[in-house]
Write a protein that binds this ligand. Structure first.
Ligand SMILES: [Zn+2]
Length: 307
């Protein structure tokens, strides 16, 4: 009758030390019910399966009275179970944790010392300029479409992650992303849209305005055609400008010019129905009599659903 199961698994020893068996086994799962030695006797027993006893012990909320040492031991075992060992206040896992066969290369005076690693660290060759660019553009697209701030590319945890995938790749900084890759990518998107629009002559122009989270007045416009994917022409910020029909006409002409659409390719205009929009439609169709008019309750929701 040795209560401590010496030589058994570490977790078993921990549970045996800090818990007491309670009642018969659960007939379904064949597991014991355990009572925590530090909690009140009237508390619900914990079924001894998975990591339930451990997770009970490591949290102050569930087990407030366990001695600190025991709690730390529980935390250590729990980390070990997750494959994380010996986290002595971090910085230990810097530089992509060299393998067991790590040696320091002999650095001749003044030269940087490169840690020698296992075979894996030699497989990674330096990336070419093109490869770095491609990777950075992919990164940017992820940031843009995931609504992630560009500064995330300088986040130390993110860097550790990319480093663990490919040690020779350092992601572009926020500055480089904004100054170099973002304009390039914007241009690519615009020229792709322009290519998509070549030769199309039955376009419907849609426009709507709204206030964004920073209370800026924003107008978005796009063109659509039956059976074709719609093309967003862009967003225009009109904060501080008078949202008159004349302004909207100007904005629309600019938006079309930006993607090189001739006004003759537009056969209809579609907006929601406040008075400025009504008067904008009237004006625009007077200037270009070929254009049909229609009102629509919520163009905005349609525009916002597009990528
Ligand atoms: Zn407890």
């Amino acid at each position: 009758m040795a209560p401590k199961n010496k030589g058994g698994r570490v977790m078993e020893a921990f549970v045996a030390e800090h818990f007491t068996k309670h009642g018969p086994k659960n007939p379904k799962t064949k597991r014991w019910f355990m009572k925590c030695n530090y909690c009140r006797p009237e508390d619900q027993p914990i079924e001894h399966r998975d990591l339930r006893c451990l997770t009970h012990s490591v949290k102050v909320e569930t087990c407030p009275n366990i001695p600190n040492d025991a709690r730390k031991e529980g935390q250590r075992i729990l980390m070990q179970k997750g494959g994380i060992e010996f986290t002595s206040i971090s910085s230990d896992d810097e530089s992509g944790s060299p393998g067991p066969a790590t040696k320091r290369a002999k650095g001749s005076s003044g030269k940087a010392v490169v840690p020698k690693g296992a075979m894996e660290s030699f497989i990674d060759r330096a990336m070419t300029v093109e490869e770095v660019d491609r990777a950075n553009v992919c990164l940017l697209r992820f940031f843009v479409h995931g609504n992630v701030p560009l500064s995330a590319s300088e986040n130390p945890y993110f860097l550790k992650w990319t480093h663990s995938l490919r040690p020779s790749y350092s992601p572009a900084t926020r500055y480089v992303l904004t100054e170099r890759y973002l304009p390039a990518e914007e241009q690519r998107a615009i020229s792709e849209d322009m290519e998509r629009l070549v030769g199309r002559t039955n376009l419907t122009y849609l426009m709507d305005g709204w206030d964004d989270a920073m209370r800026r007045s924003v107008y978005g416009c796009m063109v659509a055609e039956v059976g074709e994917y719609p093309v967003v022409l862009g967003l225009h910020e009109l904060t501080g400008m008078r949202g008159t029909a004349d302004t909207l006409v100007e904005v629309s002409n600019q938006a079309l010019a930006r993607k090189d659409i001739h006004i003759s390719a537009i056969i209809a205009v579609c907006t929601d129905n406040p008075t400025t929009m009504q008067s904008f439609r009237r004006k625009w169709t007077l200037e270009h009599p070929k254009i049909l008019v229609c009102g629509l309750a919520n163009v905005l929701s349609l525009i916002l659903t597009l990528p």
